[in-house]
Design a protein around this ligand. Structure first.
Ligand code: 5GP
Length: 213
């Protein structure tokens, strides 16, 4: 079946909720179905990260120039660093009917919703706050201060969860991945997204109706 415009899905979630892993699995399990937007950031690359794969790493000056030039669909500050979604890539894919995923934090997600009321906002959370804390501690890579800081950011972010369309509880990874996939796919069949299909059926019915006169 021919779909209309692509769906812009925004995936946010607490640090440690596993949204990055969900996206990776989604791309791997449904090849060619979803396109992930690569953001620009002023933060430094972490070990193993590659320019253009995880992020486009920018200096503060370069990032500010991109803002000036209107190159961002949204941008926000997280933990003292800037992050932004390059507009052209996303708009081009959506107009071609491709489904695009943005993995971004809450402030950016709300900007996207304002500009694209049709965007589908999904919030990923572990089943409980305790599970989140355990995951952050379990990584073993962060100091207690950093963990406390992450949890404090999560607490602030939790105030915005009800602005999202769906809550994805990442209890079991494979189920969470399937849920995200199902939510996006169902979204294609919302009547307001199927304008072309509906007007085709109406036109054909009109012709039949006239023929019966
Ligand atoms: P990290 O530095 O851990 O890769 O990302 C920190 C936070 O920034 C995460 O919540 C991530 O989803 C978010 N983020 C990544 N790219 C963007 C972006 O383009 N815009 C916004 N608003 N947030 C982003």
């Amino acid at each position: 079946m021919k779909h209309e415009k692509g769906i812009l899905t925004v995936l946010s979630g607490f640090s440690g909720a596993g949204k990055g892993t969900i996206v990776k699995h989604l791309l791997a399990e449904y090849p060619g179905t979803y396109y992930l937007s690569v953001s620009a950031t002023t933060r430094s690359p972490r070990e193993g990260e590659e320019e253009g794969r995880e992020y486009f790493f920018k200096t503060r000056e370069q990032f500010d120039e991109m803002i000036e030039a209107g190159e961002f669909l949204e941008y926000a500050t997280f933990n003292g660093k800037s992050y932004g979604t390059p507009r052209a890539y996303v708009e081009d894919l959506l107009s071609k009917g491709c489904d695009v995923i943005l993995e971004i934090e809450v402030q950016g997600a709300l900007q996207v919703k304002e500009k694209y009321p049709d965007a589908l906002l999904l919030f990923v959370t572990p089943p409980t706050a305790e599970a989140l804390r355990k995951r952050l501690v379990g990584r073993g890579t962060e100091t207690p201060e950093v963990i406390a800081q992450r949890l404090s950011i999560s607490s602030k972010e939790s105030a915005f969860i009800d602005k999202y369309e769906y809550l994805v509880i990442n209890d079991e990874l494979s189920r969470a991945v399937l849920e995200v996939h199902n939510i996006i796919q169902s979204e294609h069949f919302r009547a307001h997204r199927c304008g072309e299909k509906i007007s085709d059926i109406r036109q054909q019915l009109e012709i039949f109706a006239k023929g019966e006169d």
